[in-house]
Design a protein around this ligand. Structure first.
Ligand SMILES: *Cc1c(COP(=O)(O)O)cnc(C)c1O
Length: 391
């Protein structure tokens, strides 16, 4: 995959610069709130419908704002093409359904996002598609799970909530030439800190509701990859009706402009918070790939030379009191990647469907809090956290 000619910060900031006729042009992308487009004659309509010309015609097939966002996200991930969708799950569903058919087999990391797990474990078997869940950090376990009918290996570049880091280059090596596509959910990292396609991923998915939009005010998903794979996913998504709304595409473009700056701040702040928590007597464990005790510390540093984004988790004694002490300053909110720091509680939210013993086996304890570290001034943030830990 060739490196883009500009730094990601530049590409992201310029997202939305469209092709306009000569003359004065809008500097900011307008919102195209039209469900259908009119054509001057049958030839023009034919060119749009046949795909010979990429002219918009009907909202469900894609809006101009979605097309602008797709060009920007493909450039950021370094892939040929991208397809945006109504949610992260719509994007993942379209990606999986475009690759898989009855009789096919999937190998997936047991730590994938809960709803992705449910899709693989409960929905796809109804279509005759089976999944084996493994620890994707264990290359031998992955190898042992591969079967002649395996078509897809699905992992996350940074997992929720303990931030494990599968060895993507080695996983790509293991499946290459075996008819198995490597699909990577890159939501927790964002392309500003990690680009899976550069390490052998065939499909890269995101919930754009997280870092790509970055302000908890836009909802959507994306599949990035080779043009033919993305075209197949587009056919599935359009028929299933998972089109991204034009307003959410436009809002995501606004957020995307600062992705490079935001991720630098998120990464630096998260490392500083991890360092402070790791040295506090009230904290039983901290999970962050930048701490030397992390199980994939060295591999993570090679793969993520510019930081790991804003996510970390910590097991804190008397967690309910810690959360209460932060009320009005650091909110408890079951999502991530806002510019403000938020906390979430995996035991009671993302992992509540798992049996208690299984949660504990994975390291999800009742005192585990996941931090989505924001871009606030680090002195202010550490001051609030230290005060809450002391109280
Ligand atoms: C949020 C999330 C999803 C699902 O995205 P939605 O936009 O909520 O549908 C998938 N994967 C990961 C890692 C997520 O954090």
């Amino acid at each position: 995959m060739p490196r883009p000619p500009y730094d990601l910060t530049t590409l992201a900031a310029r997202a939305g610069e469209g092709a306009w006729p000569p003359g004065s042009v809008p500097l900011a992308e307008p919102i195209y709130q039209s469900t259908v487009y009119a054509f001057p004659d049958l030839d023009a309509l034919e060119r749009a419908m046949s795909g010979e010309e990429s002219a918009p015609f009907y909202y469900r097939n894609g809006t101009p704002n979605a097309a602008t966002l797709e060009r920007a996200l493909a450039a950021l991930e370094g892939t040929e093409a991208a397809l945006v969708a109504a949610s992260g799950m719509a994007a993942i569903s379209a990606a999986l359904l475009s690759v898989l058919a009855a009789g096919d087999h999937v190998v997936a990391d047991a730590r994938v996002y809960g709803v992705t797990y449910a899709l693989l474990a409960e929905e796809l078997p109804r279509l005759g598609i089976r999944t084996t869940f493994v620890d994707a950090c264990d290359l031998e376990a992955v190898e042992a799970a591969l079967r002649p009918e395996t078509r897809l290996l699905h992992v996350e570049s940074l997992t929720n909530p303990l931030l494990t880091v599968p060895d993507l280059p080695r996983l790509a090596e293991r499946v290459r030439g075996r008819g198995v596509l490597l699909s990577v959910d890159n939501t927790f990292a964002s392309p500003a800190v990690f680009r899976p396609a550069e390490h052998g991923a065939d499909l890269v998915t995101h919930s754009v509701s997280k870092y790509l939009s970055g302000h908890s005010n836009a909802f959507g998903g994306v599949v990035c990859g080779r043009a033919d794979l993305v075209a197949a996913a587009r056919t599935r998504l359009t028929r299933l009706g998972g089109t991204m709304s034009t307003f959410d595409a436009w809002m995501t473009l606004q957020g995307l402009k600062t992705l490079g700056l935001r991720m630098r701040a998120h990464s630096g702040n998260a490392q500083a918070v991890a360092d402070v928590l790791a040295n506090h007597p009230r904290v039983r464990a901290v999970y962050h790939p930048g701490l030397s005790g992390h199980p994939q510390f060295e591999r993570a540093a090679e793969l993520f030379p510019h930081g790991f984004g804003g996510m970390l988790a910590a097991d804190i004694a008397d967690a309910p009191a810690f959360v209460r002490a932060l009320a009005g300053r650091i909110p408890l909110a079951p999502s991530l990647a806002d510019v403000v720091t938020t906390l979430s509680w995996p035991w009671g939210t993302s992992h509540r469907a798992l049996p208690e013993a299984e949660r504990r086996r994975l390291g999800i304890t009742p005192g585990l809090l996941r931090f989505s570290v924001g871009i606030e001034d680090i002195g202010d943030l550490l001051g609030e956290l230290e005060e809450a830990l002391a109280g």
